[in-house]
Structures are given as C-alpha cells and as structure tokens.
Design a protein around this ligand. Structure first.
Ligand code: ZN
Length: 180
C-alpha cells in the first residue's frame, strides 16, 4: 500500500513569512494527486509544521507556522478532507516525535510518495526517516520544489542515490493511482 504525503503546503511557506517563490506552481499537481489518491482509497497524510515557542528550529528561521495560527494552515486549494490524516511536526522530518509511523503501519503502507515543500529540507529529511524505517520512498519531482532549481535537483539525486528513492512525475503517479 502506498500513502501520499503532502509536506508543509502551509500559508507561511506558500504566501507568508517563509514564502517559497515557486510553491504556488506545484499546487495544481498536488491537488490532482490528492484527489486521485482519495478516489483510489490511498491514505493522504498532510505533514505540517505546527511550532511552539522554544522549538530549536525557530532560532534558525525565526517564528513560522506557529501552532494554531493562520500561517500553520494548509493552503485553501489543498484543504484536507475529513478522511485525510494530519500529522503535526516540530522539525524537518515528518517522523520525528510524531505518530506518522503508526498511521502508516495501521494502513499497511510500505511505500511513501512525497510531495510538498521544500525538496532539500523537510522532504529530504522525511525521506531519510522513511528509509530508516524500511519504507520505499518515491518523490514526485514536479510536486516538490526548493528555493532554487539547483537545490531541488541536488536533493532529488541525493535521495535517489542514498535512499534508493524513485523519482517520478505527477503523470506517472496519476497513472499508478488510477490502476490501484
Ligand atoms: Zn519549521
């Protein structure tokens, strides 16, 4: 079983304090993936920063995606549905001190399909932690972005080389989901 992970597609990263220029360009692809996954009965897991004062990361980046604020909300275009899961995290990896692993195990997930922000930080660290736990990792190249294209490409090739990640396109995944 696969699970679709939508990482940090939050107001603060798309339009707010830590805006990633190209973030809006991947929204249509993620939207299609989320809709196709729901239709296919594939778990959709939103992995979201929900910071509290004192989180170590805030010293580096300043306050962002603070729990309970508008900045920490998933963008309206990708609004989670009641059947989806939301995992709140306090640092880059979606697995660190969260229940993501349990949710995936409960649904017999062996492969995580990663989308969202940003390729070389939260996507890459989540990929690492998924690999450590024995999951197969797929990354959707045109449903993830970084601050610049070079960081994006480097992270994709790193994940492929070091975690054996399969780098796929949105079209590939839509086909996969419709066949499952
Ligand atoms: Zn953060």
């Amino acid at each position: 079983m696969k699970a679709l992970l939508v990482i940090d597609m939050l107001e603060d990263f798309v339009r707010g304090k830590l805006k990633v220029e190209a973030a809006t360009t991947i929204i249509p692809n993620i939207r299609q993936l989320v809709e196709a996954a729901r239709r296919a009965g594939i778990p959709v897991v939103y992995v979201c920063d929900a910071h509290e004062p004192g989180d170590p990361e805030l010293q580096l980046w300043g306050p962002h995606a603070m729990k309970g604020t508008k900045g920490a909300q998933v963008v309206e275009e990708l609004k989670p549905q009641p059947s989806d899961f939301i995992v709140e995290k306090k640092t880059y990896s979606g697995f660190f001190q969260t229940n993501l692993h349990q949710i995936l195990q409960q649904h017999c997930v062996d492969t995580v399909v990663l989308t969202g922000l940003v390729t070389d930080i939260c996507v890459q660290h989540t990929a690492a932690d998924a690999f450590f736990r024995g999951y197969k990792v797929w990354v959707v190249r045109n449903a993830t972005v970084a601050i610049d294209e070079e960081s994006h490409q480097q992270a994709l090739s790193y994940m492929a080389r070091v975690y054996g990640a399969r780098v796929v396109t949105t079209a590939d995944m839509l086909q996969e989901f419709s066949a499952s």
